[in-house]
Design a protein around this ligand. Structure first.
Ligand code: BGP
Length: 464
């Protein structure tokens, strides 16, 4: 069967400044939360590899952009580093950073690759975190100033902007589950950070619309469909709670400009609501995006709680549901994540049916593999499993498009094997293999496959 996509469909991949640039403490950049945490606790990073050991995009950008071209990209998302552009978080900007980002944007455009620019990928400048990060409203304002500066500096050429990538991740990592700095476990503080992040988002949207820039302003959310174990009302209610906490907490303000009443009531019931100030409601309402990025890796399966909670323990999302491991689920054994291709279709269908069919695109989807060198043959990683993974997700995207979804493109995570937070280089996702010792880049089989797909606007499968 032939799967053809629109001629102007965006094909490409996503990456981020802190995971690729390197020069994390050089070229005028100040430390962000990752540099700081690595200094404090290097043992919490896989094999002790920290944020200075990335894929050195700061020095290899021209070569890497040539590889983007070779692997069929017509578009590419990366982020700007706040701590590089404005070392103190607010105040004067760093001319070396401006020159660097100008070169990157100009080279992308020269190669016919549309730059998609994200402003924040988990990388709070330490100078801002020292003031409380997004717990502090002054940091929210500093973020909006940073966003406005980016629009002013680069908005003449960049036409696709994103305020945040997966804004829930620093919230759950940093304030609930202890996998990001500042390693706090406190739901109410998490809710405050989440709320203030969406205020920061809305302020940036306002600043964009007040600027001379044309183009889209959006946000990138990791939408994880919540599937109940059964249709028993208790399981369905558990799945709804997970959906409210992990999806709608960001999706509703981004697309409707307001929070679901049900979520507000739920947090109120457990006394976990953040403080709202006069004017917040109007501000949030102005943050409705032009374009939604969707990151999808795996579904969330839940069931109703089996046991009573310990009332003396800190309130956690898991007070409201238990995780469910569906027997026979398809797994990516090298990452330990479930593969459920249909999830991508369910997300797009939900957006079409319940959110007025917004303009959107798949901003991350991909397959992490530990110890990927086991698939090296004659000097190339033969990642047929990744090709299958992408093809099978694209089949579902195609079906959603046929039903009227306004999905405009598909970006993979990621272009080149890169440093991934406390997992460092454990799981490889790239279309291009990175040899850490030599920094040599070698296109994987999937990179060549994607180039073919982009050139042919789709692919053909053997089934009828
Ligand atoms: C996404 C993030 C990326 C990247 C990816 C892979 O959630 O946006 O930054 O880290 O996940 O994650 P991991 O390396 O943990 O498998």
């Amino acid at each position: 069967m032939q799967y053809l996509f629109p001629k102007d469909f965006w094909w490409g991949s996503a990456s981020s400044a802190p995971q690729t640039e390197g020069e994390s403490l050089g070229a005028g950049k100040s430390p962000n939360v990752w540099d700081h945490w690595f200094e404090l606790q290097p043992e919490r990073f896989f094999q002790g590899v920290g944020p200075e050991n990335t894929s050195t995009f700061y020095h290899h950008w021209r070569e890497d952009i040539a590889l983007l071209k070779q692997t069929g990209h017509n578009s590419f998302r990366t982020s700007l580093s706040w701590a590089r552009l404005i070392p103190d978080g607010q105040g004067p900007c760093n001319p070396q950073a401006v020159a660097f980002y100008n070169q990157v944007i100009d080279e992308l455009l020269a190669q016919g690759i549309t730059p998609f620019i994200n402003l924040f990928h988990f990388d709070m400048p330490m100078a801002m975190q020292a003031q409380g990060g997004f717990e502090n409203r002054r940091v929210v304002e500093a973020y909006a100033d940073y966003a406005a500066l980016c629009f002013e500096l680069f908005g003449d050429r960049v036409k696709h902007w994103f305020t945040f990538n997966e804004p829930i991740v620093p919230v759950e990592g940093g304030y609930l589950y202890d996998f990001h700095y500042p390693n706090v476990v406190d739901f109410k503080r998490a809710a405050t950070v989440a709320y203030h992040t969406m205020l920061a988002h809305a302020m940036a949207v306002q600043r964009f619309r007040q600027s001379d820039c044309d183009g889209d302003i959006g946000i990138i959310l990791n939408l994880t469909p919540s599937y109940p174990r059964s249709q028993n009302p208790a399981d369905v209610a558990a799945a709804n709670h997970a959906d409210l906490l992990f999806n709608r907490s960001f999706l509703d303000p981004a697309l409707r400009g307001t929070y679901p009443d049900e979520l507000v009531a739920l947090l109120g019931q457990y006394d976990q609501l953040p403080t709202c100030l006069p004017g917040d409601r109007q501000l949030l309402a102005s943050g409705i995006v032009d374009l939604l990025g969707i990151n999808y890796y795996q579904p969330r399966r839940v069931q109703c709680r089996a046991n009573q909670v310990n009332p003396a323990a800190p309130f956690m999302p898991e007070w409201l549901f238990d995780h469910y491991q569906m027997p026979g689920r398809k797994m990516n054994p090298w990452r330990g994540w479930e593969i459920y291709e249909r999830g991508i279709y369910d997300i797009l269908t939900n957006l079409r049916e319940n959110y007025n069919n917004p303009r959107c695109y798949i901003s991350e989807n991909g397959m992490g593999v530990e110890d990927e060198l086991r698939f090296l043959q004659d000097g190339r990683i033969e990642d047929n499993y990744r090709i299958d993974f992408v093809r099978e997700h694209l089949v579902w995207v195609h079906r959603a498009l046929a039903q009227g979804s306004r999905c405009l493109g598909y970006h993979m995570w990621t272009f080149i094997d890169n440093w991934s937070w406390s997992n460092a280089y454990k799981n490889r996702y790239g279309l291009v293999q990175l040899d850490l010792a030599t920094q040599q880049r070698t296109v994987k089989k999937s990179g060549l496959w994607l180039a073919d797909v982009a050139r042919q606007h789709g692919f053909t499968t053997e089934d009828k």
